[in-house]
Write a protein that binds this ligand. Sequence first.
Ligand SMILES: *Cc1c(COP(=O)(O)O)cnc(C)c1O
Length: 354
Amino acid sequence: MELTDEIKVQRTTKSKLPEVDFNKLGFGNYVSDHMLICNYAKGQWEAPRIIPFGEITVSPTTLAFHYGQSVFEGLKAFRLEDGRINLFRVQKHYERMLRSLDRMCMPGIPEEIFVDGLRRLIEVDKDWLPAQPGVSLYIRPLMFASEAKYGVKISDEYCFIMFTGPVGPYFSQPLRLKVETEYTRAAKGGTGSAKCAGNYGGAFYPTQKAKEAGYDQVLWTDARENKYIEESGMMNAMFVIDGILVTPPTSDSILAGVTRDSLLTLAADLGIPYEARPISVAEIENAFRHNTITEAFGAGTAAVVAPISTIHLNGIDHHLPAYNDNAIMFRLKNKMEAIRKGQEEDKHGWNFLF
Ligand SMILES: *Cc1c(COP(=O)(O)O)cnc(C)c1O
């Protein structure tokens, strides 16, 4: 298939780039000028197009709104010192998107459209990714059931869109998390390992309750016994207990984070001992009692690592010690950042440079 050989590009007549203050980007505040759009109908993908970012028209009967067939991804591109662009671990994100789509009975997006299309899209909006330290380009691929028909059914038509936006360094206060033992995010056999829209909609209510109680997010436990730690919101959970980096194993109720995979791979490279194994709430409680837990953090594309300061469980706020630059999480983060900025050898083949 040579769908992307000559992707048609319709350029915007009025770039929004002059409105962007690259020193105050934040996260999710700006969208680049163009988007890639591609429709699926009658068992086939149409040719993708790159057009100015803007509204799309859909019918109120659009199936995605009613029955939730909607899947997304989130990845990042970086500008190297030599001017090239690095689309970090694009293949891994593409493969995860295929798995999410499969779980939701949605057709796979061809690699030519996802990978080559994304490269083309970023080239068109390359000025949105300056070499400025701390700036990266966040990329949001999205697919939803676009058939206009309200009977309950698997859609026969889909719309795939990718848009991007510059994001700044992710400065956040260390997180206060509440271990959630009443509500659940994902059950065994459910859709927890797919990046599908419904997982997030269902998580808002318990997250809102945790916020009202003074926490930033919840730390989910397993749906069967509420006994084992799963993950947190949009991040996988990692801990350092007895000097060992530990994280729950991926399963059908945990999203297999690409950041999680990168950090574990780098831990092995750096000789940091790690284990992917079930971690019970009781083990965390015990580790706080004996001061053997020294780090807790979330791992995800947006923040890379998000330090955790407090974990609430069984009615008690447990506090982590303050972190310094030698913390395992920061050593892993720095290593990963050096690789994706081209400052250190990319021995795992994670970088896609152009
Ligand atoms: C996206 C996501 C993550 C993190 O995945 P990355 O690939 O590292 O960005 C973790 N948990 C959930 C529920 C997510 O949606």
